[in-house]
Ligand binder design. Structure first.
Ligand code: PMP
Length: 359
């Protein structure tokens, strides 16, 4: 199979073992005589798939029985509304820590339901850092504190877990979930769309502490009510069955590949290869503060003007694809769990070559 090195921010690269397994199982899943795409979501076969997927996610992330895992649709974007609709309760304010593109999207939706207190922001540094906890001005009346654990667009990642006392901490982990161990007990709610580290588009995972269920605003559409989804075991309506099946295969692959510690080491190795090159380069540059650099999404710019198209062509000719930056600005290399280490090695080699030609 001729494969490229896919640096897409999402949907992103999948493990080849998972692709092979899907191909093998498509016509006839485990002797059922049908593919997962054709199964009833209420049948025994699919029930076993969703139960195993949940059990593996619990096991890998160490999620206790105090938390529910919901398999939803609507992407990270729908969580921008579901979080305030479900967590505000009788409160009118929520805290948001602003690290750029994805927080802006989350706040725009939250403002339809509550007052958004920007507790901290890195706007003054051009969103090139994660505001330190001592800069956070939390509102004591806030229903929850929301932050984006890894901003896929700006390439800023929190390498520490915030502490917010009794106020539930909500994290958008869309682009760094399962990339290293995390202490779920510190969070009220974690959400992530699946098309980066968990499989394919169409599925969104929500991990929510039990006591936060049942606070939905009366205007909340039933389909957007976490409690209903929890009560029905994510079967309030037809869940994204195929995406859940693929997530299950990805989780098995992750376990067989050494778990979260191995993923953490893999990301440290991959990202330092690329950052070390960027920091020594006369042509390329990453401007995120070193302590807050994302290990997953690495944005960079070219110093020389007019070379952008040539650079993309140079990379594509070497099988290095999807390096365009967010909204077409600059470049970005996204390296999810399934990226082989050969990917960043080839990337740096090709960038060095380009620098020799144009630097
Ligand atoms: N949050 C973050 C951090 C993301 O990277 C993305 C998608 N790139 C989203 C939310 C939105 O996810 P979706 O496109 O599935 O709605």
């Amino acid at each position: 199979m001729e494969r490229v090195y896919n640096f897409s921010p999402g949907p992103g690269v999948l493990p080849e073992e998972v692709l092979a397994r899907v191909r093998e199982e498509i016509p006839n899943w485990h002797g059922s005589g049908m593919s997962v795409m054709e199964m009833s979501h209420r049948g025994k076969a699919f029930q076993s798939i969703i139960e195993q997927t949940e059990a593996d996610l619990r096991d890998i992330l160490g999620i206790s029985q105090d938390y529910r895992i919901l398999f939803l649709q609507g992407g990270g974007n729908l969580q921008f509304s579901m979080v305030p609709l479900n967590l505000l309760g009788v409160k009118r304010t929520a805290d948001y820590v602003d690290t750029g593109y994805w927080t802006a999207r989350a706040m725009d939706d939250a403002r339809q339901y509550c007052r958004v207190n920007v507790a901290a922001s890195s706007a003054d540094t051009g969103f090139t850092s994660a505001p330190a906890q001592d800069q956070w001005r939390l509102d004591p009346r806030a229903a929850y504190v929301h932050y984006v654990a890894n901003d896929t667009a700006t390439g800023v990642e929190f390498h520490w877990t915030p502490r917010c006392g009794d106020v539930p901490l909500v994290a958008d982990m869309s682009s760094n979930i399962l990339s290293r161990p995390v202490d779920v007990e510190h969070f009220g709610l974690i959400y992530a769309c699946a098309q980066k580290n968990l499989g394919i588009a169409g599925l969104t995972i929500v991990i929510i502490r039990d006591d936060l269920l049942g606070r939905a605003l009366p205007i909340t559409p039933r389909m957007l009510n976490y409690k209903l989804h929890a009560e029905k075991g994510s079967m309030y309506n037809t869940p994204p069955t195929f995406a859940i099946y693929v997530a299950g295969l990805v989780l098995k692959w992750l376990k067989n590949s050494g778990g979260l510690r191995a993923m953490e080491q893999r990301h440290a190795a991959m990202s330092s290869l690329v950052y070390d090159f960027l920091d020594s380069s006369s042509l390329f540059r990453n401007s995120v503060q070193k302590s807050d650099r994302s290990r997953i999404n690495l944005p960079f710019t070219l110093r020389g003007p007019g070379l952008e198209d040539r650079f993309i062509r140079h990379m594509e000719e070497r099988g290095l694809v999807n390096l365009h930056g967010n909204l077409g600005l600059g470049f970005r290399a996204s390296m999810y769990n399934a990226m082989p280490i050969e990917g960043p090695r080839r990337l740096v080699e090709a960038m060095r070559e380009f620098e020799k030609m144009h630097g």
